[in-house]
Design a protein around this ligand. Structure first.
Ligand code: COA
Length: 365
């Protein structure tokens, strides 16, 4: 097989597989915009509710609100039956699937369906987190935004303003990112005229892998393993020599610094709870970037969103086991906005594949 033959690109690298008016990404310049608005501006002046509305409807509604919604009792029953050892991403995916079965979502997806499943997901994840700890779920507080409401339903305590704002900013930054693997999965599912809950469940499955959404807790492990900054260079050189990947670095699209990492770094700086960890992470990052540039001089590998997501998520008091699923909560706005866009296009996604198996042959007599 010749990987350079026209029409075939392993991993679909560089292939334009659709069109969108949601996010534009300039990987060389490190720029990300949602419907034209730079991500930094949206983080500074928007809320997750306003950004989600922007993605779903195309309208900028700065006063939009979106509170967590109570999960149907059947979904809570399903979550109750999962083993406490279940992975939180598996629990969230199961919740999305059960939600679809109970609410009977069907094609075509609507903005109301998008709002409803996005508002449902944080409550479902918080309920799973409490159930696995032997605690009962907490009803949502309709006066709180999605991020604050999620924190409230996890602990039963109202979050402080800095934590609520920091998690809301994280949700904005994680809301949408073009044709990443989970979004593409969601679009493939909707393109068959399946329903929005199936698309979200499939997307969560795709996001579960460490090459996509599983890195922030691994960033925490990595910084923990490195121990002190003076050991960082030796540790990183060893990891690269063994062919390991540094978590929180590298991206399929960005060759420049990921703008989401920059936005989250300044959000993390507002959280005093994580100041010491952040100081270490910043020092390790500098060493890692220098060594990655030496390691792959022709392929720029820069800090990605997961690196500083780890700081924000720890800073608001989330357990590392909830990090990937919390990213999934944020991405609901993007996934569901892509479902709406894909349904408008209404064209089955079904590429060709090159057959590389044996030529025709026959079973032995
Ligand atoms: N650490 C060390 N080497 C890395 C690296 C990293 N974080 N990211 C990429 N590379 C190297 C690969 O080993 C590969 O080297 P090789 O050609 O000698 O085999 C080369 O760069 C290209 O890797 P590839 O996987 O083809 O590139 P990509 O740009 O598609 O990779 C990721 C994107 C995200 C899969 C990759 O950077 C990665 O695994 N990062 C770590 C996990 C992570 O942080 N994920 C969250 C993403 S938001």
């Amino acid at each position: 097989m010749n990987d350079t033959e026209p029409g075939y690109s392993p991993g679909l690298k560089g292939v334009v597989a659709g069109q969108t008016s949601l996010a534009s990404i300039d990987g060389d310049r490190g720029e990300l915009r949602y419907r034209g608005y730079p991500i930094g501006e949206l983080v500074e002046r928007g809320s997750y509710a306003s950004v989600a509305e922007l993605l779903w409807t195309g309208e900028w509604a700065p006063d939009a609100t979106l509170a967590c919604a109570a999960p149907p009792p059947e979904v809570i029953e399903v979550l109750r039956r999962l083993p406490p050892s279940a992975n939180a991403m598996d629990a969230l995916r199961t919740a999305a699937s059960a939600y679809g079965a109970v609410s009977g979502t069907s094609w075509p997806p609507t903005v109301e369906q998008a709002r409803a499943i996005t508002a449902f997901a944080p409550s479902a994840l918080a309920a799973f987190s409490r159930l696995r700890d032997g605690q009962e779920p907490i009803d949502p507080d309709p006066s709180l935004g999605l991020a604050a409401g999620f924190l409230y339903q996890l602990s039963g305590e109202l979050p402080d303003d800095a934590s609520a704002r920091a998690l809301d900013a994280y949700f904005i930054v994680g809301a949408e990112h073009g044709f990443n693997a989970s979004t593409f999965t969601a679009r493939v599912i909707i393109s068959t005229r399946s329903d929005i809950a199936s698309a979200v469940a499939g997307a969560i499955g795709a996001l579960k892998g460490p090459r996509h959404g599983g890195a922030p807790s691994e960033v925490v492990d990595q910084i923990h393993q490195i121990g002190s900054v003076d050991r960082a260079e030796e540790w990183i050189r060893g990891a690269l020599a063994r062919g390991e990947r540094l978590m929180g670095f590298g991206h399929r699209v960005y060759r420049a610094y990921d703008p989401r990492a920059a936005a989250l770094r300044s959000v993390a700086e507002s959280l005093s709870s994580v100041a010491e960890w952040l100081g270490k992470a910043v020092a390790v990052e500098e060493i890692a970037l220098r060594l990655l540039a030496e390691w792959k001089p022709d392929y720029p590998i820069k800090t990605n969103v997961e690196y500083y997501a780890a700081a924000v998520l720890q800073g608001v008091g989330l357990a590392p086991s909830l990090f990937p699923a919390t990213f999934a909560l944020a991405r609901h706005a993007g996934w569901t906005a892509h479902c709406l866009e894909e349904a408008d296009a209404d064209m089955l996604i079904r590429p060709d594949v090159r057959y590389v198996g044996p030529a025709e042959r026959h079973l032995p007599d």
